[in-house]
Design a protein around this ligand. Structure first.
Ligand code: CP3
Length: 342
């Protein structure tokens, strides 16, 4: 079975010879070849150059023969296209220099035409498809709520007080921004499908900071609104800390649900039925011995069952991850070709 069929079938809940495998942040600093390209450039420089983005997108595909690539970029290119100045300070993560704090800040946001304002990812998708036609490539965007978090807070945060203050004191303002973001995110995902993405993933990294009633009020409608604009390829929804919301995730309208590593896969299956799932090895498990990685991979695949499962980590691979851990994970998933045929 070729990788296009394997990934496409798994994302649609159709039979496969074994689960396809790719992993979040697979192009990144744990790879010496990535660090080499990164030398003398900022991360955002790399995101702005489709030749460089394509080169690093290819790196993990060539090294590990993953069943999919994910286009190299960042979720914060959308806020940038809307008028927020974004930089990455070494060791500190992203910084957004004009955060949304007042009504005037919100009024100043632009509604970009995504094809004009965000041309690099569609270009990278086309270049990748020309250079590695045998491997499917996924597109992505941040979910409206996660983007709102960064845009209001001005960077990462432990408790997201400014964001929660907006939800509590100015809910109409928050909804206005979320609606605008949902439309831009939806259009951007559709642009990626139209540029040849085999599927798209929406990253709602920070949705898990909300209580369930707030999640239903702020996250759910904006995800539904964004995903409703996307046709023609499977849409994957990923949230960190999604255990408390498992029973609600069907309502997002996503075709595939990403699971973080704290979710019990058998329980997710029970909640989600035949809805395809993606995940969910703990990224830190890759620091353990190969035999432990192998056991964990097989346990996840056994619990997920042979149909409707895309193997992935439960969150992005971390910069200090040993390459041998990644190799052990990929090899174990590929062993499923014989076990699932039994
Ligand atoms: O999965 C992939 O390989 C696709 C590319 C991708 C990146 N970031 C590359 C990246 C994707 C899908 C993202 C998503 C992203 N970016 C999220 C949501 C998913 C998640 O991981 O929770 C968030 C919250 C961001 C914002 C962001 N970008 C953060 C918090 C950081 C870490 C900052 C740091 O210094 O560690 C980034 C940087 C980033 N994004 C890197 C990569 C490869 C590292 C860049 C570098 O310094 O070389």
């Amino acid at each position: 079975m070729d990788a296009h069929t394997r990934l496409g079938n798994a994302l649609r809940g159709l039979p496969v010879d074994r689960p396809p495998v790719w992993f979040m942040r697979q192009a990144g600093r744990y790879l010496p070849e990535y660090r080499k390209v990164r030398e003398g450039r900022t991360f955002l420089d790399m995101c702005r150059d489709s030749d460089v983005a394509c080169e690093v997108t290819i790196q993990p595909v060539d090294r590990f023969a993953t069943d999919a690539a994910i286009v190299f970029s960042d979720i914060l290119t959308i806020p940038e296209a809307m008028g927020i100045e974004v930089t990455f300070e070494a060791g500190e993560g992203p910084k957004l220099h004009n955060p949304l704090r007042t009504a005037a800040d919100v009024d100043a946001l632009r509604r970009p035409d995504v094809a004009d304002a965000l041309p690099v990812v569609p270009e990278t998708l086309r270049k990748f498809r020309a250079q590695r036609p045998e491997t499917p490539i996924l597109g992505f965007a941040g979910a409206p709520f996660t983007l709102l978090c960064y845009m209001v807070e001005g960077g990462g945060s432990k408790d997201w007080i400014e964001t929660k203050k907006m939800l509590l004191s100015e809910p109409a303002r928050a909804h206005r921004v979320l609606d605008l973001l949902a439309d831009v995110v939806g259009d951007y995902l559709q642009l990626q499908v139209d540029s040849g993405a085999a599927g798209v993933q929406i990253f709602d990294t920070w949705a898990g900071i909300l209580a369930p009633d707030e999640w239903q009020a702020f996250c759910l409608p904006s995800i539904q609104r964004a995903l409703a604009r996307v046709k023609g390829a499977p849409r994957i929804h990923y949230t960190r800390d999604n255990m408390p919301f498992l029973h609600l995730l069907k309502q997002t309208g996503a075709d595939v649900i990403g699971l973080d590593w704290r979710v019990d896969v058998a329980r997710a299956r029970a909640e989600l039925g035949t809805l395809p799932i993606q995940g969910n090895l703990d990224p830190i498990a890759l620091f353990g011995p190969a035999e432990s990685i192998r056991r964990k991979v097989h346990a996840i695949c056994d619990a997920a069952g042979p149909v409707g499962h895309v193997f992935n980590l439960g969150h992005g691979v971390t910069p200090k991850t040993p390459i041998e851990g990644v190799e052990a994970m990929i090899a174990a998933v590929k062993e499923r070709a014989s076990t699932s045929a039994r």
